[in-house]
Design a protein around this ligand. Structure first.
Ligand code: NAD
Length: 298
C-alpha cells in the first residue's frame, strides 16, 4: 500500500488510468489539469484537487507529470504557478511525458538548483497498458532516487527499468519510437506490394508472422491495415512529435537518422491530410495513396 501523498498533473488518455492505479495501490492523490472537467472527473472518484501545479507541489512530496510535449512539461514544472514554485527541498518530480531528452536535462538542472530530485520516466504500452497497470517505464536520473520510487512506479507498470542519468528515459523512449515507426512503415510497404501482386494480405501475414519478420508491431498493426481500421491507439500526431524530438536529439549529437527522417515527413503529411488523430498504423495509407491501391481493398 502507498503511504504518502502523490500529486498528479496531466489527466489525459494516459494520466487518468495511471492516476486510478495509484489510488488502487493506496496512494492519496491530489490532481490537476488545465482542463477543469478532467479534474472534476477524478475528484468525483475520491482524489483531492488543486487549482495549479504549484498547489499540487505545495501539498505533496512527490509530484508526477504526464503532459503532451517538451513545452508542456516546461510550463507545468518550470512555468509560472508551476511545480517548482511550490516544491520544497527534498521533494521529487517524476515527469512521465515523452519529451526531448535535452528538455528533461534542463528541467532536472532547475530542480537540482532548488534541492528537488527529478526523474524522467516516459512510458510505453498505450492506453491499454495504462489501464491494466502494465506499462513499460524507462527511467533516467539518479539511481538512489529511482530506487526510492520504484514501488510507486510499479503501481503503474510491470516493467520499470533504470536506464541512466537525466534524459536517459527519454532517449530510450525515442529508440522505442524509431523502431516502432520504421517497422510500421515497412509493414505498410510489404503489404501494399503483396496486394498489388494479387495476394491476400491476411495470407501474407499468416505466412510470415512466425519468421524473422515477426514482431509485436506486425502482429498488432498488420490486422489494422488489413481491416482498413485506423482507430487510435497511438495517434499519428503524437508519433510525429516523438520522431521530431528524435531528429532534434540526433542533430545535437551529430547522428544522421535517414529512415526516421523520412517516416517523420510521412507522419507530417498525414497530419496535413487530416489524419493526425488516426492510429499510427495509418502510415500504411501514405504508401497506399502512392500506389493507388489499399491493403484492405476498401
Ligand atoms: P493527452 O493529450 O490525452 O493528455 C495530456 C493532458 O495534459 C491533457 O489533459 C492536457 O489538458 C494536460 N496538460 C497539458 N499541458 C498541461 C499543463 N501545463 N498543466 C497541466 N495539465 C496540462 O495525452 P496522452 O495521450 O495522455 O499522452 C501524454 C504523454 O504520454 C505524451 O507525451 C505522449 O506522447 C505519451 N504517451 C502516450 C501514449 C498513448 O498511447 N496515448 C503512449 C505512450 C506515451
Amino acid at each position: 500500500m502507498g503511504s504518502y501523498g502523490v500529486g498528479f498533473i496531466g489527466l489525459g488518455i494516459m494520466g487518468r488510468p495511471m492516476a486510478r492505479n495509484l489510488m488502487k495501490a493506496g496512494y492519496s492523490l491530489t490532481v490537476y489539469d488545465v482542463v477543469e472537467a478532467r479534474v472534476n472527473e477524478l475528484a468525483a472518484e475520491g482524489t483531492g484537487r488543486a487549482s495549479s501545479s504549484r498547489e499540487v507541489a505545495e501539498r505533496n512530496p512527490v509530484v508526477i507529470t504526464i503532459v503532451p510535449d517538451s513545452a508542456d512539461s516546461e510550463a507545468a514544472i518550470l512555468g509560472p504557478s508551476g511545480v517548482l514554485e511550490g516544491a520544497s527541498k527534498g521533494s521529487v518530480v517524476i515527469d512521465m511525458s515523452s519529451i526531448a531528452p535535452g528538455t528533461s536535462q534542463k528541467i532536472a538542472a532547475a530542480c537540482e538548483a532548488k534541492g528537488v530530485d527529478f526523474l524522467d520516466a516516459p512510458v510505453s504500452g498505450g492506453e491499454p497498458g495504462a489501464v491494466a497497470g502494465t506499462l513499460a517505464i524507462m527511467v533516467g536520473g539518479k539511481k538512489e532516487v529511482f530506487d526510492r520510487h520504484r514501488r510507486l512506479l510499479s503501481a503503474m507498470g510491470s516493467s520499470v527499468v533504470h536506464c541512466g542519468g537525466y534524459g536517459a528515459g527519454n532517449v530510450v523512449k525515442l529508440a522505442n519510437q524509431i523502431i516502432v515507426a520504421t517497422n510500421i512503415e515497412a509493414v505498410g510497404e510489404a503489404l501494399v506490394l503483396a496486394k498489388k501482386a494479387g495476394l491476400d494480405p491476411s495470407v501474407v501475414f499468416e505466412a510470415i508472422k512466425g519468421g524473422l519478420a515477426g514482431s509485436t508491431v506486425l502482429s498488432t498493426k498488420a490486422p489494422m491495415m488489413i481491416a482498413g481500421d485506423f482507430k487510435p491507439g497511438f495517434r499519428v500526431r503524437l508519433h510525429q512529435k516523438d520522431l521530431h524530438n528524435g531528429l532534434l536529439t540526433a542533430r545535437e549529437l551529430g547522428v544522421p537518422l535517414p529512415v526516421t527522417s523520412l517516416v517523420q515527413q510521412m507522419l507530417g503529411a498525414l497530419v496535413n491530410d487530416g489524419k493526425g488523430d488516426w492510429d499510427h498504423s495509418a502510415i500504411a495509407t501514405f504508401i497506399e495513396d502512392m500506389s493507388k491501391i489499399t491493403i484492405s481493398g476498401r
